[in-house]
Design a protein around this ligand. Structure first.
Ligand SMILES: NC(=O)C1=CN([C@@H]2O[C@H](COP(=O)(O)OP(=O)(O)OC[C@H]3O[C@@H](n4cnc5c(N)ncnc54)[C@H](O)[C@@H]3O)[C@@H](O)[C@H]2O)C=CC1
Ligand SMILES: O=C(CO)COP(=O)(O)O
Length: 338
């Protein structure tokens, strides 16, 4: 049994805390005191993960010091984990609060995207804020929060440059109905997780417009080509994009109606304005800011990403989704593997 603190009590942080509490001593921290008090009282996160009871052993807190103390003073034979479970936009401000602390244990993050404004991947944000000295890893893969909270089977990948940390995260998180595979390609894992959200918006939009299952398969496959092109340009490994955090998460998010990003696309196809969609969702849809970040980054790197560009154009430049689908189809033919 290890000590684990999960920082961020949205849908995913809550689900991960529920799943790990079956085998570990877990504390779930959220930044909103009223919401955490309500969660503690109801033994359920009715805001972000309704219908999923918290196990009795799971501690809930809005006290940041208490949350850190839970993992900072572990025994020598323990391998405590600090899991950052906030959206990409919250990662830097969350980590800033850890700066200067001397007892930070292994840090693991779950967010999927590029930081808007800097175009950085999460591991680069972690390095900028905390430096290289703290062992750090990303945990990612096809994993809807509701299913993980219910204890349904799920396979994830942990990526870190530190083999010791990869082994430690596998030893802690793997178990029950959670399988965890180790991987050393941090960039590949993060690029797959980030760009699949943009492609889920594209696929949701196409499905909402009634473009058919052939179009869906085409978008997923050509989307994988975009992920791979960008990932290789950034230094990722080609095989990673065929794995859980690439193709696996892409298929899940593009086809599963539990995906918030897919639901953004379905709502776009109904002609709803983005502000309304985001407000009605009540959760983060990382693909929205990520589409812009990836469009900018791909342009800087000279990487061709037509589907991502089309999503960003619909979301931010007022382009009509059906018109963008026509424009994608009207592009010049090219070699499939080019
Ligand atoms: N929901 C899911 O099924 C999965 C989500 N993810 C990723 O995990 C990340 C979080 O997603 P969800 O929890 O689902 O989002 P959510 O929208 O359900 O909840 C977001 C939570 O993060 C908190 N937050 C935002 N900024 C913060 C900050 N600066 N400090 C602390 N907390 C902050 C919010 O208060 C809220 O509790 C995203 O990057 C998402 O792509 C990854 C795998 C599965
Ligand atoms: O990342 C996810 C599943 O792996 C969750 O996707 P959404 O954020 O689109 O719900």
């Amino acid at each position: 049994m290890n000590k684990i603190t999960v920082l961020g009590a949205g849908a995913w942080g809550t689900a991960v805390a529920i799943a790990l509490a079956a085998r570990h001593d877990v504390l779930l921290w959220g930044r909103n005191p009223a919401q955490m008090a309500a969660t503690a009282a109801a033994r359920e996160n009715t805001t972000y993960l309704p219908g999923q009871p918290l196990p009795d052993s799971l501690r809930v807190s809005a006290d940041f010091e208490q949350a850190l103390a839970h993992v900072e003073h572990a025994g020598a034979d323990e391998a405590p984990l600090l899991i950052a479970a906030c959206p990409v936009a919250g990662l830097r401000p969350l980590l800033e609060q850890l700066k200067g602390r001397t007892n930070i244990p292994n840090v693991v993050w779950l967010c999927k995207g590029f930081e808007y404004g800097t175009g950085l991947l999460p591991h680069q944000v972690v390095r900028e804020v905390l430096g290289d000295a703290i062992p750090a890893a990303v945990l990612s893969g096809p994993s809807f929060a509701q299913e993980v909270a219910r204890g349904l089977p799920c396979a994830l990948a942990v990526a870190s440059t530190s083999k010791a940390l990869r082994d430690s995260v596998v030893a802690t998180v793997h178990g029950g109905n959670l399988r965890v595979y180790a991987c050393d390609d941090v960039i590949g894992v993060e690029v797959g997780g980030a760009v699949k959200n943009v492609l889920a918006i594209a696929t949701g939009t196409a499905d909402g417009l009634g473009l058919g299952l052939n179009a869906r398969a085409a978008l997923i496959t050509r989307g994988l080509a975009e992920i791979t092109r960008l990932g290789l340009a950034l230094g990722g490994q080609a095989s990673t994009f065929m794995g859980l955090t690439g193709m696996g998460d892409l298929i899940l998010t593009c086809t599963g109606d539990l995906s918030r990003n897919r639901r953004v696309g379905l709502a776009l196809a109904q002609g709803k304005p983005l502000e309304t969609i985001v407000a009605e969702l009540g959760h983060v849809a990382e693909g929205v800011p990520c589409s812009k970040a990836v469009r900018d980054l791909a342009a800087r790197l000279g990487v061709d990403m037509p589907i991502t560009n089309a999503v960003a154009a619909v979301l931010f430049d007022g382009y009509d989704a059906a018109e963008m689908a026509k424009q994608l189809l009207a592009r010049d033919p090219r070699n499939e593997l080019a």
